[in-house]
Design a protein around this ligand. Structure first.
Ligand SMILES: *Cc1c(COP(=O)(O)O)cnc(C)c1O
Length: 322
């Protein structure tokens, strides 16, 4: 890998991961188009294998590991979906996988990782605590860290969504992306902006502890308080020694928005009603931002990345009740 990620790395990732991932559909959203007076399409990563886009990055990383690293096994820290993706892919390749999680990871996601054969360890209350615990075990046992976002191979894997969007809907001028550590947005933005720098890329986080957005505003990495959120997949800091995503987003993200817990719940219910699709809170933030007019300078043809669908039935029933 060259020190700076290029479009070619994303094309390579695409070829490498093709046998393991689904090229997900892009569908029109008449309901959102009517509400926003724009043409809105949805990129349905909630239908991805393992229920979220994270399989793209995890697959690309695991498939590029040298043989001796595969023999020793991998370790990761996850808010749920990345751990599940790593567990799934490690299972396919016969690699040992250890996943450190925090207390905010919902039970559905813990159970899924267990079922896939991963060793799941509660590593602390915050992402940084869990990461510190994982690094300790990594060194003790010679495991390879599969970072959930700050890794060029992971970013390149997530960037394959950008390639699919360009092919399936070449007219899009704005892309709205759920944002936490920035691997998803960074990869997609790199793919889209290399092809057409005029495409605008907008990141959306929950108002509770949006680490990347606050750091970008401050011009340096800042800590946020991690609070429970319906968007559990977006909880967590971006690390003081962030090597890739912070700089990538400083360069490529055009705009951002924040949404409240009520707005996230409303967007999940909206997707059930308008599209009969089950999506998780972290995947609903872009739709919430659109529904509440939170995005300035919206283009004419807007794609929203719907990043995952892993939500428990009790949570779903909660948000569906008026
Ligand atoms: C991880 C995740 C995100 C955010 O991705 P980052 O690369 O951390 O910005 C968004 N939505 C879902 C469903 C996720 O699992």
């Amino acid at each position: 890998m060259t020190p700076t990620l290029t479009l070619q790395d994303i094309y390579r990732a695409r070829q490498r991961i093709a046998p393991f991932i689904r090229h997900t559909p892009v569908i029109e959203s008449p309901a959102l188009s009517e509400k926003t007076h724009r043409q809105v399409v949805l990129k349905l990563e909630c239908l991805q294998t393992t229920g979220a886009f994270k399989l793209r990055g995890a697959a690309n990383k695991l498939l590029t590991l040298p043989n001796d690293a595969r023999k020793h096994g991998v370790i990761t820290v996850s808010s749920g979906n990345h751990g599940r993706a790593v567990a799934h892919m490690a299972g396919k390749l016969g690699i040992r996988a250890v996943v450190f999680i925090t207390e905010t990871v919902p039970e559905v996601k813990r159970d899924a990782m267990h079922k896939l054969g991963a060793e799941v360890i509660l590593g602390g209350q915050t992402f940084d605590e869990a990461l510190a615990a994982a690094l300790h075990l990594q060194h003790a046992q010679g495991l390879t860290m599969i970072h959930p976002f700050d890794d060029p191979f992971v970013i390149a894997g997530q960037g394959t969504i950008g390639l699919e969007l360009l092919e399936d809907d070449p007219e899009i001028d704005t892309v709205i992306v759920p944002l936490s550590g920035g691997g998803l947005l960074g990869g997609i933005a790199l793919a889209l902006k290399t092809a057409n720098p005029a495409i605008r890329v907008v990141g959306v986080s929950m108002a509770r502890g949006p680490a990347m957005i606050e750091s970008l505003h401050a011009g340096r990495i800042v800590d946020v308080i991690e609070e429970p959120s319906l968007a559990d997949a977006l909880i967590g800091g971006i690390e003081h020694d962030n090597a890739h995503t912070f700089a990538l987003l400083q360069r490529y993200m055009d705009n951002s928005a924040l949404v409240s817990e009520d707005e996230i719940a409303g967007a999940m219910a909206f997707m059930l009603e308008a599209h009969h699709l089950v999506i998780e809170g972290g995947a609903a933030v872009g739709i919430a931002a659109l529904l509440h007019g939170k995005i300035a300078q919206l283009g004419e043809r807007v794609a929203v990345v719907v990043s995952g669908g892993n939500v428990s039935i009790p949570t779903l029933l909660d948000i569906a009740r008026p």
